[in-house]
Design a protein around this ligand. Sequence first.
Ligand code: SAM
Length: 335
Amino acid sequence: MARMQEFLRDSYNRPIRDLRVSLTDRCNFRCFYCLPHGEPPIAPKEQMLSYEEIEYVCEIFVSLGIEKIRMTGGEPMLRRDIETIIRKLAKLKPELHDLALTTNGYFLPERAQSLKNAGLDRVTISLDSLKRDVFKRMTGVDVLDKVLTGIEAAKNAGLEPIKINAVIVRGHNEDEVADFAAFARDYDVKMRFIEFMPLDSGHEWSRADVVSGKEIHDRISERFPLVGLEVKRGSETSSRFRFADGAAGEIGIIAPVTEPFCGACSRIRLTADGQIRTCLFSTVEYSLRDVVRSGASRAEIVDYIRSVILKKEPRHFINDPGFVAPSRTMSFIGG
Ligand code: SAM
């Protein structure tokens, strides 16, 4: 694949290397911090990007310097036959360095190996509690055992390094933080703790519900002392730690609310209906789908993408008095 001379850079000189592609808005979980009241009506199928369209625009993005593609949703494994799109995107390697999937893990027990065979590099699996009743209360579904089996299946299939995401919300699971760290040690996985962000469809987010990255760090360190990893953080979302006693596993803390990391952001998102979002918290979207479907040439599509990237926000505004949450929930934005 021919690489364009100039890689993508926004107007603050941040290189754009990381693309999150939502495959569907639908989800089979009802996490209270995301879709507490269920899905709003789903957009008609013809508004969704087809696999061919996703492949076409991703190939252009990779030619412009995108190195990582993470497929997400909604629940991406609800989209029919995602092995097909994985096979198509895997053809973009080696310029594409990393092809990953974020999933709730529900379908992994039966499908992990076929994802690997199709060319997927690794998975990130959401897991908000290790207790059956809390898991059910947070996600709306009573399937903790199935997700744990899914993590095992992903490991057996070699979809590594496996990252486990837990959103920590006051009054729900902050008492489990050190237990999650023990889980990371026992299963040799990268456990990532995420601060609760104002991206819930119910707009019920409150600052009082946010458990700060610092508190998460302190809760873990009380039981398992941590050592900061001497890695260049770059555009990574998480601060990373290893266990001081040399145990397996890793801890990542993602603190967009209390310790924003926008200055090094290298991410953009493509929604399932083909809209580019330049920030998780954007209140505007840009329809790449309409440009592609208007019959634009490749050069015109490239120009459009470059012009959108230049509009990337300098930072999110969660902590500003006039903050307005995006109208679309995380499951529609593509988490
Ligand atoms: N269904 C897949 C999954 O469960 O991982 C992918 C989509 S989900 C929207 C992606 C990630 O966003 C999950 O780890 C989820 O916990 C996180 N998420 C959703 N709403 C959030 C919120 N309000 N604050 C922080 N993280 C959130």
